[in-house]
Structures are given as structure tokens and as C-alpha cells.
Design a protein around this ligand. Structure first.
Ligand SMILES: [Zn+2]
Length: 457
């Protein structure tokens, strides 16, 4: 029996003769793109209120960026999240208390030592208002409860927002829940210019589309249990739906104060700035044109919905006191550990190999110095930095290399003969540099290579 997996059926036909393929039992299966898995993990696991590990916007932005632009690896993505988890909870009793069950919090708090308690008062989010006094424990636990309630509401608000804006043209706030999460965690998303664009686009929706969206929103709100704010919001949204349903599509609304209609002036033969001004005025005049009942209801509903519902549900938890204890957003601490700064480490190794080798022979006085005793790749790298051009002549490079590592030239008799040992050392170093992505064969000149980096970047 033989088992194998091929990415496409044609591979099978190409690699095996026909009579073999006909005797094989071939099964086709399709795996989803890894981005789909990423979105599912975020939506189903992390961006749910019952998940007690909360990622900050900057961290989530960073790990998804690594995923989307570097490796597409779900495995590494999960590893990164696990790392964040460890970083957040390991040896941090305060952070652990926050996620513990409410019944256990008090006992855990009592076990804290004085130093840890002082840490709480120094947290920047508390604004130095939390003092160690007789009510300290109650205040702390109350703030944690409030923070958790805020996060809960935030998630509800996020799902409501997602329904509202995910399918808008050009999706100004993104199409995925995680994209909105990242923006909304950093600042109040309602004040973001992208949301304002969304609001303008929403005001073009047809009655059916808008009602369909509100229908889904009501569904989300109904599914939330034990939340007074959601119950109130549900009633308000239901009243919006009612007024939208009752509004007539054709009836014009008679404005009480009708603005004076200015005749539209000709836009020709004026300067650019005047033209812009006139254009704005004309747009304003158009805005003042009478609206239908539905248009008026739509505009008012969306404005009210934004200000009354979204504004209170989408308060960024990162603005709440004690948020550092619950939300992990320490980007600098994980950045280096998750991705690693390969280039920087390589640069140091090339420029100053003594840093790693700890030898006595290569001690630098200034960074440009090159010693015979340095590793070949280090010498070759340093020489290539001296080139002022992108295209480097290999033969010149080799000559420079030999002038450093070769025997000191007392006689110039065999100038043209190159020691094959030195040449092969040079070629090996060159290959290593190419393998590491610093150079590549030139497209234009056969005896040249192209430099791909500049200095330390
Ligand atoms: Zn050395």
C-alpha cells in the first residue's frame, strides 16, 4: 500500500504512468486558506467575552502582520499567542487575580505582599488615584468588575459595528472583526475618520438593507443575557426600526425654515480656490434640498445610533483604570522574542565577530577595521560595504580579499596567479552571503553581483 499527498491532480498524472494512475484510489480534499483559520480563531476564541485573555490592539496588529506578511503559519501564530499568554501571567499574581473567579479573588488578594500592592498604585491607568487605605481591596475589586463589564460591552459593540459596516463599499474599517478590534482598542472608533466615512456610506443604504442590518443587530442584542445596558439598547434599536418602517419612501418632509435657494452659479472662469469654495457651497445647497420621510428617519436613526448606542458600548477598555492587569499590550517585550532580530545579530557578527567569538586577535578600534584573523564571511561582508555602488565587481572584490588574507606581497612576480585555496575561500564566503540574502548575481553584468542591503538594514 502506498499513501501520498499531491497539491494538484496533474502532479499525479505527470509523475506516474497512466496504467498506474488508473489503478490508484484517488481522494480529493480541499483545505481552507490559512487566513480563514486565522479569522476563525480570532472570532470564535479570542474575540468572545468568555475568553479571559485579552489582547491589546498593538499586539494583535503585530502578530497578524507577522502572519499575513511573513509566514502564513497558523502554528506560529498560535505559538505567538501562547507566548503572550505566558508573558502576561507568569510570575504576575495581580494579573492572575483579575482573571480568577470572583469568589476566589478576595482570598487571592489577601495573600498579596506589600510590594505587589504598591505596584497597583503605581499603574499608570489608575492615575495615582488608588491609595492603599482601608477600602483598598474593595476599590480594587470594584475597578476590576467595572473593567470586565466594559470589555463585555466592548465585544457586543464590536459585533454590532461589524454588522453595520463590514460590507460597505471599500470597507473603510476593514471587513474582519479583528481589524475593527485593533482600531477600537487603540482609540474610540466612533471618532475615527474611517467611521465617519462609514456613516456617510450608511446614509445611502436602501430601506430594506438598513432594516436587514438592524434586524441582525437586534438578534445579537437579544442573545446577550444578564446585561441591563444591552436590554436598554435593545428597546432603543426596536424603536428605531419602528420609525424606519413607518417612514414613507416618497413623502417629502416639509422643513419649517426653508433656506433661501441660491441660484447655482456658473463654475467657469474662476480661480482654483474660488472654484473649490463655490463647489462646497453648491454641495451645501444640495444638502438642504427637501428629504423624503425615509431619508430623514435614516439620517437621524444612524446619528442617534452612533451617539447613543455605539459610543457607550465601544469605550476602549484600554482607557479604563487597571487595564494593564487584564489586557496584554506590551509590544516591545514580545516583539524581539517572537520574531527575533536576525539582521541585527548578523550585522554585529559580521562587523564585529569578536562580539561572539570573544577572541583576542580581532579587537576593533573602529568599526571599519578588517583583520586577517576574522572569519572569511566577515571580511567579505566588510569589503562589500566599502563599495559605493549596487553592482560589485567580483574580481576586484577577490583582489581586495586576497590583499587582506593572502601572504604579504614581497615580490610581484606571480601577480596574476591566484591561490586556488584563497579563491575557494572567497567563493564560499560569497555563497554564504548570497544564501543569507545580502547579494545576488547581477542581471546586467556577468562578473558582477548586486548588493541587496545597505549597511545595517
Ligand atoms: Zn579573532
Amino acid at each position: 500500500m502506498a499513501i501520498g499527498i499531491a497539491t494538484s491532480i496533474s502532479n499525479l498524472h505527470n509523475s506516474l504512468p497512466h496504467h498506474v494512475v488508473t489503478k490508484l484510489k484517488v481522494k480529493m480534499f480541499v483545505s481552507e486558506a490559512s487566513v480563514v483559520f486565522l479569522n476563525n480563531i480570532m472570532d470564535q476564541v479570542f474575540l468572545k467575552p468568555d475568553c479571559s485573555f485579552y489582547l491589546g490592539g498593538r499586539i494583535l496588529d503585530y502578530v497578524t502582520e507577522v502572519f499575513l506578511y511573513y509566514n502564513f503559519s497558523i502554528k506560529q501564530f498560535i505559538e505567538s499567542l501562547k507566548f503572550c499568554l505566558i508573558e502576561h501571567f507568569y510570575r504576575k499574581p495581580l494579573n492572575c487575580i483579575c482573571v480568577a473567579h470572583e469568589s476566589a479573588q478576595e482570598a487571592l488578594f489577601n495573600s498579596l505582599d506589600k510590594k505587589t500592592l504598591e505596584e497597583i498604585t503605581k499603574l499608570r491607568s489608575t492615575n495615582y488615584k488608588l491609595k492603599i487605605d482601608s477600602n483598598f481591596k474593595e476599590n480594587f475589586l470594584r475597578l476590576i468588575r467595572e473593567l470586565k463589564a466594559c470589555i463585555n460591552d466592548f465585544y457586543i459593540g464590536l459585533r454590532v459595528l461589524h454588522i453595520l459596516v463590514a460590507d460597505l463599499p471599500h470597507s473603510p474599517l476593514g471587513t474582519k472583526l479583528r481589524e475593527m478590534y485593533c482600531t477600537a482598542m487603540k482609540k474610540h472608533i466612533i471618532d475615527d475618520t474611517s467611521y465617519k466615512t462609514c456613516l456617510q456610506l450608511l446614509k445611502f443604504l436602501s430601506k430594506d438593507d438598513l432594516l436587514a442590518k438592524f434586524d441582525k443587530i437586534i438578534h445579537v442584542l437579544k442573545n446577550v443575557k444578564n446585561n441591563q445596558r444591552t436590554k436598554d439598547a435593545l428597546k432603543i434599536v426596536q424603536s428605531y426600526v419602528k420609525s424606519l418602517e413607518e417612514s414613507h419612501l416618497n413623502n417629502l418632509v416639509i422643513e419649517k425654515e426653508k433656506p433661501k435657494e441660491k441660484p447655482k452659479e456658473s463654475l467657469q472662469a474662476i480661480s482654483r480656490s474660488q472654484f473649490k469654495k463655490k463647489l462646497m457651497e453648491n454641495v451645501k445647497n444640495e444638502d438642504n434640498q427637501p428629504m423624503t420621510e425615509f431619508e430623514k428617519a435614516r439620517s437621524e436613526t444612524l446619528d442617534n445610533f452612533t451617539e447613543i448606542i455605539l459610543r457607550q458600548f465601544l469605550v476602549p477598555p484600554t482607557t479604563m483604570p487597571l487595564n494593564e492587569l487584564l489586557i496584554f499590550d506590551d509590544l516591545p517585550s514580545i516583539k524581539r522574542k517572537i520574531v527575533g532580530e536576525d539582521r541585527a545579530a548578523q550585522y554585529t557578527a559580521f562587523i564585529n565577530p569578536q562580539h561572539y567569538l570573544c577572541c583576542d586577535c580581532c579587537e576593533l578600534e573602529f568599526t571599519e577595521q578588517i583583520f586577517k584573523t576574522m572569519p572569511d564571511i566577515s571580511i567579505v561582508y566588510k569589503l562589500h560595504l566599502e563599495s559605493r555602488f549596487d553592482q560589485i565587481n567580483i574580481y576586484d572584490w577577490l583582489q581586495k580579499f586576497i590583499s587582506i588574507v593572502g601572504p604579504s606581497q614581497n615580490d610581484n612576480d606571480n601577480d596574476d596567479d591566484i591561490d586556488p585555496v584563497l579563491q575557494s575561500r572567497f567563493v564560499r564566503a560569497l555563497n554564504e552571503l548570497q544564501h543569507l540574502g545580502y547579494i545576488r548575481p547581477s542581471k546586467y553584468k556577468a562578473d558582477h553581483v548586486q548588493r541587496l542591503t545597505c549597511g545595517s538594514c
